[in-house]
Design a protein around this ligand. Structure first.
Ligand code: SF4
Length: 361
């Protein structure tokens, strides 16, 4: 039943010859051959049969089951399960005017659309498939983590990587550690601390002084610029150079604040959260990523962007800090980027990537 107040239900005016052809069609049948007009086959809908799908090429075909006329846009929309609140915009009928190439008519929009009921069902099936697959995959990786964590934990008595309790100290420490060797950035951090007892002092002297202090570490200009920009932002936000106000924040608040600071990436933010704010974040650096991939804790083609959520789903919150330390130590000492020392690795019997003399892989 078409109600007048429903949009898109205007009846198309038919020429006398078209009406004549429409009357020729028998219920549930179509008019073909020499009777085709503008490519339309004229199908008379049968109320006892399921309606065919409305397609871009056949939308003009559908003849109303009880009236001698083609269906309106609204009637076709109902056949396609569109709610009556859905309004098709623009020109109603198909024409051969130039405008049809720049704007779809209402009939075209309808013929090109995926019916909402079908879209909902397809979406439901896809979601089910993805979730089941992900749950299964995640369970396997969690089991794998449980297998490797113990031997790894026993192999490395060292409990920290020199991380700092003060969140601003930690942020600068991590910035220095980027693209530099451990001994170099440790020395550089000590040198900065000796020179600046408070980080606010960095902003009181010319940038060249900081550049000079960072020279032995390399990338001195970029590092000095980044550190000064971060300190300036923090000073403006909190009135002093400290990150202690983050202590009371939630995971999401602390993460978003840290990521908003100039040049602070995912790993740096999570290191500050994990080591200085007591938040169970899991930083993923190149060592962690490599070790996790080789151990099968994340998908083999994971990147620094895609691995963090996968790892967080398999590493329990209480083990994240320890796992990060272990992954870095193991990545530096044994599971190195080039030529991993699998023959002395404590995980060689459970690691799917182990390269041992008696294994072909
Ligand atoms: S067995 Fe080899 S690849 Fe596997 S974790 Fe140990 S060093 Fe890395």
């Amino acid at each position: 039943m078409v109600r007048k107040r429903v949009a898109n239900h205007q009846v198309t005016a038919h020429a006398a010859t078209t009406l004549e052809r429409i009357r020729l069609v028998r219920k549930g049948k179509r008019l073909t051959g020499h009777h085709r007009v503008f490519g339309a086959a004229y199908r008379l809908l049968d109320t006892n049969q399921p309606a065919p799908t409305v397609t871009r090429s056949g939308f003009r075909d559908f003849i109303h089951p009880n009236k001698n006329r083609v269906c309106t846009v609204r009637e076709l929309a109902r056949l396609q399960s569109f709610p009556d609140t859905y309004v098709f915009k623009g020109r109603r009928c198909d024409t051969y005017a130039q405008s049809r190439y720049v704007q779809q008519t209402q009939h075209e929009q309808l013929g090109n659309a995926v019916p909402p009921l079908m879209a909902r069902e397809v979406g439901r099936e896809l979601r089910k498939h993805i979730l089941v697959h992900r749950r299964k995959d995640s369970k396997e990786r969690a089991d794998r983590f449980a297998t490797v964590f113990g031997p790894l934990d026993a192999a490395y008595p060292l409990t920290d990587l020199g991380n700092k309790k003060n969140p601003l100290d930690e942020l600068i420490y991590i910035l220095l550690s980027r693209r530099s060797r451990e001994k170099q950035y440790q020395r550089s951090y000590r040198e900065l601390r000796r020179r600046y007892r408070r980080w606010a002092e960095v902003l009181k002297e010319p940038r060249a002084q900081l550049v000079r202090a960072l020279k032995p570490l390399g990338l001195a200009n970029q590092r000095a610029k980044a550190i000064r920009r971060i300190l300036t932002t923090i000073q403006a936000d909190f009135g002093r150079t400290t990150l202690y106000p983050l202590k009371g924040m939630t995971y999401s608040e602390a993460y978003h604040y840290l990521r908003s600071l100039p040049g602070v990436n995912d790993k740096s933010a999570k290191c500050v959260m994990l080591y200085s704010l007591g938040i169970a974040a899991l930083p993923v650096d190149t060592h962690t990523l490599r070790v996790a991939k080789r151990l099968g804790l994340v998908q083999p083609r994971s990147s620094l962007f895609t691995a963090p959520p996968q790892l967080e789903s398999v590493v329990p919150r209480e083990s994240r800090g320890r796992f990060h330390v272990l992954a870095v130590l193991h990545g530096r000492a044994i599971c190195t980027a080039q030529r991993p020392k699998c023959h002395v690795c404590p995980l060689r019997s459970v690691c799917p990537s182990a390269r041992l003399p008696n294994r072909s892989s």
